[in-house]
Design a protein around this ligand. Sequence first.
Ligand code: FA5
Length: 332
Amino acid sequence: MIDNLPQLEADALATITAAADSEQLTDVQTDVVGKGAPLTLARRDLGSLPPEDRKAAGQALNEVRARIEQALETRRSEIAAVERVAQMETERLDLTEVSESAHIGHAHIVTQAWEALEDVFAGMGFRVAEGPQVETDWHNFDALNIPPGHPARDGFDTIYVEHGEPGSTLLRTHTSPVQIRAMLTQEPPIYIVAPGRVFRRDTADSTHLSVFQQIEGLVIDKGISLADLAGTIEAFTDSYFGSDFSSRLRPNHFPFTEPSAEFDIQLPDGSWLELGGCGMVHPNVLKAGGIDPEEWSGFAFGFGIDRLAMMKFGVDDIREAFTNDIRFIRQF
Ligand code: FA5
């Protein structure tokens, strides 16, 4: 066999090159360098050679083996590269492909209402502002003219958070604290709307949720009057609902506005649904926001976005919108 070394090497290299995939190459490897391979067996023949020839023959065998092993390695990486490309091709997902039966999703009705509201107010010259959902008691109550012990605090079933002094941190019960944050960070005139999530320990029913969304509005400028508030709400109602809907302002009380009103819209059955509160910003609130009430005045409003969505889409139980029942969601 040792005489045959060049032929043996040529045969081994040819079978290695011919291996088409990694499985075949593993078989070839056993055939050419495995225990029963001619090259391995040839080592046994060394003993039968005259001692002076053994060293050179052993060296020749080792060199052939090294070349064959190198060829195996090269072929293995070539095959791996080809197999990787093939695997990528077969496992490729076409993310742009739309199956006939697939339903394309769309925004939830509350998101649709939220975005439409931002559009309506942006069209009226308002900027969109934001505030944190975890709020300080001061921003949520004190700065809004609701000091500790004020009866209005009972009206908001507040969820407190264990952070800092007991009772100092809460999940905001309304978006009104964004009024304070806007006043403290911007110079008037201010024209903002602030949509966002709010939290109360309210029991869910057809018009109440414990986690819901409000959109706050705040205008601070020179010479702002109740007529500006009424005009803004009317322009908003026409633009959001269309002119077929009737709305009304009803006197009410909020500690942070004076005078205050509730904003209702009429349902098809003739009854009225409360959508939000509004009023002229109380001088104490302007002061808490670092604004001089002698120089500036303003109005504010806070509407329930979920209720606006109910009205717009004709949903009669607000809880339906949050059951994640696809049959409900697909209707809109
Ligand atoms: C407020 O939260 C005042 N911050 C609104 C305000 C802002 C008044 C600025 C004056 C000036 P009220 O608690 O009434 O007010 O809530 C306002 C609106 O949020 C309600 O009219 C209703 O549309 C919605 N809302 C209140 N509670 C819930 C609830 N549990 N589930 C769904 N919507 C609610």
